[in-house]
Design a protein around this ligand. Structure first.
Ligand code: HEC
Ligand code: HEC
Length: 147
């Protein structure tokens, strides 16, 4: 187990493990315990780095920053109702982005957090044509009306 997680981390570091021997277990094939370890060893440290670059107050980023109450009740269910809720329609979303603070965050999310998270999970990022079920904002955030 431990070895496997080290190899996952090493693969991500070297970005050289697509195929061949020693292929790490894909996130989707991991059991809950493996996912927990992968989040602790790989996801949190990498995402913290991104967030701190954007805003130094994320130095204390934790599992709860993304998982909200799911981090304390142990479910780690996503999307998290404690994350900011984002508008449901495209129209409302663009209106929401007129607030410069939302826009600043939206750009950070769209350019950094979203693609990086999809990468870490080894899943395609949402694309209406090529990956309609791909990973998107709504894998983390609830949208209005969903709660
Ligand atoms: C940057 C945001 C982020 C952080 C930080 C984060 N996670 Fe996650 N985690 C996710 C996402 C997104 C998923 C769900 C992936 C998916 O859509 O299936 C997930 C899934 C999980 C799962 C699997 C849940 C299931 O139902 O299979 C576990 C367990 C987990 N995280 C534990 C942790 C732990 C422990 C930490 C802290 C060490 C942590 N996570 C930190 C984003 C995060
Ligand atoms: C891996 C999980 C994850 C993904 C994917 C993600 N976000 Fe976020 N988002 C977060 C976290 C964590 C925060 C910070 C929440 C906090 O500090 O309370 C955040 C904050 C925001 C904020 C700031 C809102 C506010 O009121 O301060 C906006 C806007 C936002 N996200 C939009 C988006 C959009 C748009 C996408 C898709 C392009 C997206 N997010 C994808 C986890 C995610």
């Amino acid at each position: 187990m431990v070895l496997k997680h080290i190899s996952i981390a090493a693969c991500l570091l070297l970005a050289a493990c697509d195929g061949g021997q020693g292929e790490p277990t894909a996130y989707e094939d991991m059991n809950f315990t493996q996912r927990h370890a992968f989040m602790s060893e790989v996801v949190l440290p990498q995402m913290k780095e991104l967030f701190v670059e954007f805003d130094a107050t994320y130095e204390n980023m934790s599992c709860a920053t993304c998982h909200g109450d799911g981090a304390s009740d142990g479910s780690f269910a996503m999307p998290s109702p404690q994350l900011p809720v984002i508008p449901a329609s495209e129209e409302a979303f663009f209106e929401y982005l007129e607030d410069p603070e939302h826009a600043r965050w939206g750009v950070f999310m769209g350019e950094k957090v979203w693609p990086e998270m999809a990468d870490l999970l080894g899943v395609p990022a949402y694309d209406p044509k090529t990956a309609p079920d791909g990973f998107s904002c709504t894998n983390c955030h609830m949208v209005e009306g969903q709660l």
